[in-house]
Design a protein around this ligand. Sequence first.
Ligand code: NAD
Length: 261
Amino acid sequence: MPDPHRCAVVTGSTSGIGLAVAQALARQGVDVMLNGFGAPDAVAALCAEIGGAHGVRCLHSPADMTRPAEIVAMMAEAEARLGAVDILVNNAGIQRVSPIEDFPVADWDAILAINLSAAFHTIRAAVPGMRRRGWGRIVNTASAHSLVASPFKAAYVAAKHGLVGLTKTVALELATAGVTANCVSPGYVWTPLVERQIPDTMAARGLTREQVVNDVVLAAQPTKQFVTVEQVAGAVLYLCSDAAAQVTGSNLVMDGGWTAA
Ligand code: NAD
């Protein structure tokens, strides 16, 4: 488990996996800055709930991960208001399912920006402080799609493969600095991101909703079960712990056996 009194930024944490990661860190006494979209009232209530339940500071930055200047400002705000960014979880991500020849160019650009380039910008901003303090944990949410492809997910698969390459490079550069960089790679986790791609997959493959869930989504996972957000959060906690001090440049796969096949 990470030490209490550490400070973390978790991108894309108003929903799904990122929210579960932020909650798990807060439960360990880690101050957290949430990031992601949501109605201001709902996000404020979420921060109050997390902060109150675990006795930690919980802030929110609405920075748009497609905008480098907003990302840099978010990281500076986290350093200033929390005092440090000891733990950085790059988790914000979007998906688009479309045949390559119809793949909307704007969606390619957005997926590369949010799922890959945003991590470059946050890491770049976080590393000087981590080096100075001699301790840091960078965890990037990749995917089983960082190892294998699926049709109709060109941008997502490219971005997640790229994220693993970025992570390995950062791990080597920081290997003697007390800073680790790793990926967690879930298979399918039932979150709004998966829910939203069901209609497009139905259209792209000419299938019913039930067929998509059973024959496309869970077909990939030998366990025939979704990964849970709590299981992903548990993996992130491990990577943030002292027990994982020698784990760096790795890609912790938790995909119900998908990529073992
Ligand atoms: P989700 O849709 O539930 O949450 C995505 C979060 O990212 C939300 O908080 C949203 O507001 C935020 N976000 C989206 N666009 C943003 C932007 N431009 N700027 C800032 N924040 C933005 O999705 P999820 O399933 O929890 O996915 C989280 C991560 O996990 C993603 O990187 C995704 O690729 C990865 N992942 C998900 C699954 C899965 O099956 N759900 C599997 C493997 C990997």
